[in-house]
Ligand binder design. Structure first.
Ligand code: PLP
Length: 425
């Protein structure tokens, strides 16, 4: 749980995260009364005395225990910077995390985190499909360092997931479970609590096996993996958290203990975010709830329209799961809302999908997601083109599948655009 600063409460009542995004963790008197935290565009920080410099380094390098009330002072912007520290404090509030670390990209967050935990000979168990960059990192980079991988299909029943692990000799070297839920682009879910159960059950003699969840698609508003037993939550902050298609960034959140090796490796790999990136994300966080709520409502409007359209064969949208669906119970238990990501199959194949995409006028044809503007793309030839045709088929990434990231435009205008583009097919 987040150890809140005094300004996180009124009369001992904790305030909601959206109420704290404008000022939490920052005091105007630090900066001439400026209501907003300035950009601390500085590489290094001046010590008041040599003794202070010594004390700061002792804490930063873990040479001695922190005294009660003692703060780790500012030293150098690869170790810490006010824009990043304030941002980390605010990000922790949404996921109720004890500690956070921000990075210059989502991939920097993911790579630093997995390298902090995995060693040669270890096995990594992960859900598929994964974000393309993560998939490449796991299969083609980690394996060069002697880390072996084993995967299961997102959306598979829990018994099948356990069977994959139980029947592999790699289970004896299990060192991390890494999942993405909902999966991209099909919205298939992975049961976080069940993965936490597997991590305990199959932990090789007393070793702690962390469960890491890439929460980019629904977080930090609509899904809180730490509450379901995850140890580490990862974000591409480029997506909903940044939300304006103008910054690349990432984050990792968890308990203080879980974050300690991640923060250490970040210091020595230099994968931290810069102050300007930190400042942009602070600005974005002020409207996070407004944006994600508008996107979620718009997505429902759009999904309802698509589901009724004669040229649409299938819509993958969490808000349409019915009680008889095998993942309905999991959705209700794990997610707070269906979010803003939809994929759908158009009648036809690649040609029809392309005709539709080329006919869009308001919705932009681009990869990425979670931004204020709506985006459409063709997973089979774009975000998931690296995947074999068999894998694409197994994961439901068909030639007629289109992925939509719904933005904050007027919902009727979005439907107007989708309708005219479908008419053009
Ligand atoms: C975009 C994305 C990433 C990678 O993040 P970058 O900020 O582009 O480095 C990782 N995971 C998911 C689910 C993503 O959508």
């Amino acid at each position: 749980m987040t150890e809140r600063k005094p300004e996180g409460y009124i009369n001992a009542q904790p305030l909601h995260p959206e109420s704290l995004m404008m000022g939490y963790g920052y005091k105007p008197e630090w900066s001439e009364g400026a209501i907003k935290c300035p950009i601390f565009q500085t590489s290094t920080f001046v010590f008041k005395t040599a003794e202070e410099g010594k004390a700061f380094f002792e804490l930063a390098y873990g040479l001695r225990e922190q005294q009660p009330g003692e703060q780790v002072g500012l030293i150098y912007s690869r170790l810490n910077n006010p824009d990043l520290e304030i941002l980390e404090d605010r990000l922790c509030l949404w996921d109720d995390a004890e500690a956070g670390a921000v990075f210059e990209s989502g991939m920097a967050a993911i790579a630093t985190t997995v390298l902090a935990y995995l060693r040669p000979g270890d096995a990594l168990f992960f859900s598929e499909p994964l974000y393309g960059g993560t998939d490449y990192l796991f299969r083609h980079v980690l394996t060069q360092f002697g880390i072996q991988t084993l995967s299961f299909r997102a959306g598979a029943p829990n018994e099948e997931v356990e069977q994959v692990l139980a029947s592999s000799p790699l289970r004896e070297r299990l060192a991390m479970i890494y999942i993405e839920t909902p999966a991209n682009p099909t919205n298939a879910l992975v049961d976080i609590a069940f993965c936490a159960h597997l991590a305990k059950k199959y932990a090789p003699n007393g070793r702690k096996v962390p469960v890491a969840v890439d929460n980019t698609f629904l977080g930090p508003l609509w899904q809180h993996p730490l509450k379901h037993g995850a140890d580490l939550v990862l974000y591409s902050a480029t997506k909903y958290i940044g939300g304006h298609s103008d910054v690349i960034a990432g984050a990792c959140l968890g308990t203080k203990d879980a974050l300690a090796p991640v923060k250490t490796l970040r210091t020595f790999m230099g994968t931290m975010a810069g102050p300007w990136t930190g400042w942009l994300l602070l600005r974005s966080l002020e409207t996070l709830k407004l944006r994600m709520t508008a996107q979620m409502k718009n997505a429902r409007y759009v999904a309802d329209f698509l589901a009724d359209h004669p040229k649409v064969l299938k819509v993958n949208y969490l808000g349409h799961l019915r009680e008889e669906h095998p993942q309905f119970e999991l959705y209700r238990r794990q997610c707070l809302a269906p979010g803003g990501m939809i994929s759908f199959e158009i009648a036809g194949g690649e040609a029809e999908a392309f005709r539709f995409l080329n006919a869009l006028k308001l919705i932009k044809l681009a990869v990425s997601l979670g931004s204020t503007e709506s985006l459409a793309e063709h997973p089979a030839t774009m975000t998931h083109s690296d995947m074999s045709k068999e894998d694409q088929r197994a994961f439901g990434i068909t030639e007629n599948l289109i992925r939509l990231s719904v933005g904050v435009e007027h919902p009727e205008d979005l439907v107007l655009d989708l309708k005219q583009a479908l008419d053009a097919v």
